[in-house]
Design a protein around this ligand. Structure first.
Ligand code: SAM
Length: 217
């Protein structure tokens, strides 16, 4: 890609980050990652010109790359610190995994759709990001690498998936949209101690469904 095109995308990314800050995103590390990650690389070339609009876009297989505002809210709620182990459920395009890598997290991500898993892996590697990726049912988490300091679910769940709660470290945060298939409330569960959890119910969103053993059929 030429210099002109790169500059154009960079300007659009900065404008998007400014807009998200005006909408209430305060975590400067989240905003810095949004200024850095080339979202246009995670969508089809036909949609490249729309990559820096604050909107969800189709990525094939009936799925979407989440709206940047949603990615920013979920990432801010995770309270990511450098070196923390973060699990994402729903790799999708790979964009949010790239944001988490850029913030210095040790990233694990699970996707159930084979085509998306392969495309995301290829894009992330081409851009120099190396999260651990798995093809499978994320409603069960990824027990081999548990516990996690943060878990973010990027699809809407009917209930909070128990396995994910159990895979949290003490002090760990689980961010999961929960509700019916038309609307979900963003839930943050913090594991305060071995047997104590704090639950917060925040804004409403609309996500694609979390499909799996502990999700929708
Ligand atoms: N984080 C993604 C991104 O940055 O593009 C957003 C992806 S999209 C909103 C949600 C993704 O969750 C879809 O790719 C979908 O296939 C995936 N998904 C749904 N149920 C899942 C499950 N049980 N395990 C893993 N991935 C799942």
């Amino acid at each position: 890609m030429g210099n002109y095109s790169n500059r154009k995308h960079k300007q659009r990314r900065n404008a998007l980050a400014d807009k998200l800050e005006k909408r209430g995103i305060e975590d400067q590390n989240v905003l810095a990652a949004i200024r850095e990650i080339p979202r246009h690389e995670f969508v089809d070339t036909a949609l490249e010109d729309r990559a820096y609009e604050d909107t969800a876009l189709p990525i094939g297989a009936g799925q979407t790359i989440s709206q940047p505002y949603t990615v920013a809210v979920q990432t801010e709620l995770l309270q990511v610190k450098k070196g923390e182990k973060i699990l994402e459920i729903g790799t999708g395009s790979g964009y949010q995994a790239a944001i988490l890598c850029e913030m210095g997290a040790d990233v694990y991500s699970v996707e159930r759709q084979e085509k998306l898993y392969h495309t995301a892996k290829e894009k992330l590697h081409r851009l120099g990001y190396r999260p651990q990726l798995k093809l499978g049912d994320g409603t069960l988490g990824w027990s081999a690498y548990a516990p996690y300091d943060g878990i973010v679910v990027t699809a809407g769940a009917p209930v909070v998936p128990e396995d994910l709660v159990e895979q949290l470290n003490i002090g760990g945060r689980l961010i999961v949209p929960v509700g019916n298939q038309n609307s979900q409330v963003m839930v943050r569960i913090t594991r305060v101690s071995e047997n104590e959890y704090d639950e917060e119910r925040l804004q409403h969103f609309k996500f694609v469904p979390l499909i799996g053993e502990k999700g929708w059929d």
